[in-house]
Design a protein around this ligand. Sequence first.
Ligand code: PXG
Length: 468
Amino acid sequence: MTTTPTVPQLPDTKGLQQLDAAHYLHPFTDHDALAQKGARVMVRGDGIWLWDSEGHKVLDAMSGLWCVNVGYGRTSITQAVARQMDTLPFYNSFFNTTTIPAVELAAKLASIAPPGFSRVFYTGSGSEANDTNIRMVRRYWDLAGQPERTVIISRRNAYHGSTMAGASLGGMTGMHVQGGLPIPGIVHIEQPYYADHGAGMTPEEFGVHAASWLEERIRELGPDKVAAFIGEPVQGAGGVIIPPSTYWPEIRRICDKYDILLIADEVITGFGRLGRWFASELYGMRPDLITFAKGVTSGYVPLGGVLVGDRVADLLVTGGDFNHGFTYSGHPVACAAALENIRIIEEENLVQQVADDTGPYLQQRFASLAAHPLVGTAESIGFVAGLSLVRRKAANVHHQERFDPALEVGMVCRGHMFGNGMIMRAVGDRMIIAPPLIMTRAQIDEMIQKIRYCLDLTLADVQARGWM
Ligand code: PXG
């Protein structure tokens, strides 16, 4: 008879790291550097906490990768998944068939989506969903009798995924230089980042100005060539870039003027992260299509898709076959996980809690970090937040002095965070978080305390290196 040990056995970290280095190609990773350090092995999660293979407890302020909205350890999701696996682990939605979870989730999504969205197309990820968007808007314009409308306009420093189309829609130069991207038919305008481009303007003036770059580009291309504009309501992977309040309404006005479709990529901002089911509602975007993934299942099982607004859907459903789809479109297990995840978000009132209580509290506490000698600005909206590390502070953001990017101060800061039980990401010199939506006020206090402590360590480190 075997006995259950009361203290869980720690796995063989060194052995796992060696196997990892020998066999596992990680996403976005310098493998030589990783092999020297050895990968950190995560073994368990509960609530907002993770434990690694050496027994360290870590506050996961990134919700995994912007996705574990309801936190770790939700046994009702694992049970829903197990039940569906036992009943019907897979069936497809091709050839005039469907499955119960796929239908029920589609109806549920229609009920929480903004007005004018009654249909969904499922994918396995956010990248596939954005590929779907390109195919769908081009199909739409074909059916609408304007097949020459093919160009999609996106923005620099946007992130829309890592497939050929996703990376092309994205505006990451580091991705474009590898593999001859972007693919044809995708062009980029500048991002609405006030600190970089708003000198001499108020944020509100800058929002309208940044939107005018879209109109300029439409006129250059010819409005009859442009199919759609795509943007994240708040840029996530680009460093939590929060646009001025005037930006999206002006973008919508321009899209209306030239009859261009608007795609809101809500892979990060959906499912309560900004205190609304979808951030488009917060910003008055009124998009035609909404990309989703991540928070739809809280990352427990992969799922993504496109919420299709009635303008596009009405033409698509009467236009004959749309020759597009994936083996795992509407995967019943993923849909079962999503249904239970959404049920939890509703039962625990998490969207409202972020909107009315913990979101404003995080905003106030996070803003207090701007007093730190190393921090230029610190801003948040809902449950995403970012701060800029600067060499010399100034009340006017455009008078602050930044660090030489080659010093990689953000990575130094990230090292102190990771080394002290705190997951806070670095994007250049911006330090960013996106905590699980279940985080309480007391946990926000604990997190801010950890961040401040690690900023102190970074400051001492940067001064010791003579960088400041
Ligand atoms: N759109 C947005 C807005 C995203 O943030 C995707 C699409 C692609 O989703 P998939 O499921 O294909 O990964 C994302 C993904 C980072 C980071 O470094 C962010 C993402 C993915 C990987 C890393 O912040 N976002």
